[in-house]
Design a protein around this ligand. Sequence first.
Ligand SMILES: [Ca+2]
Length: 192
Amino acid sequence: MKALPLAFALVFVIATAAAADVLPNVYCSVTGDLNGTVLIAPGPLAGTTLTVSVRNAQNVPIPNAIVQIWFDQQIRLCAGGPPYAVTDAQGICQLQLRGGGCVTSTLPVCGVTANGVEIRVYMRVRSPDNGAHDHSAPDGTVGTVDLPFFAEEFKGVVPAGCHDYDGSGGCDTGDLPFFGDAFKTAMHCTLQ
Ligand SMILES: [Ca+2]
């Protein structure tokens, strides 16, 4: 019975510490997405880095927070994923998103967590590695398999779908650099 007060004290200390780091809150942010679309590619590509700022409810940075990102299973990640990072003294870290595929939903298909608490979710994920217009079809390489699907959407032969990378609602000159930069280097990885 004498252990009880200590147990209560520990619970109080833990609860107090947790209260100071209440997540999520309005001071946490995830930036670098494209109009609410998360872009992922099988190599380093502009637009595939998310910057995450983790702060407590008093707007004080939380260093050493473990930041992770999850994806719907229709998204295929490069070997070694899913990415995670640890926040620096300013409570900031970056996630490099490597993989391919395409998914759209009215429910979250991607989410960023800090210390296990979800601080942001997304309904759309896009990649230039996708050999289809309306479903996920990555193979780990941005190449000739993907080209006709990008081209058809770019030319307006079919409505913009999986190759609207920047979330603009269309597939146009805003999306061309993303595909072009990945295609010209045959960007690739081994999918896990
Ligand atoms: Ca677009």
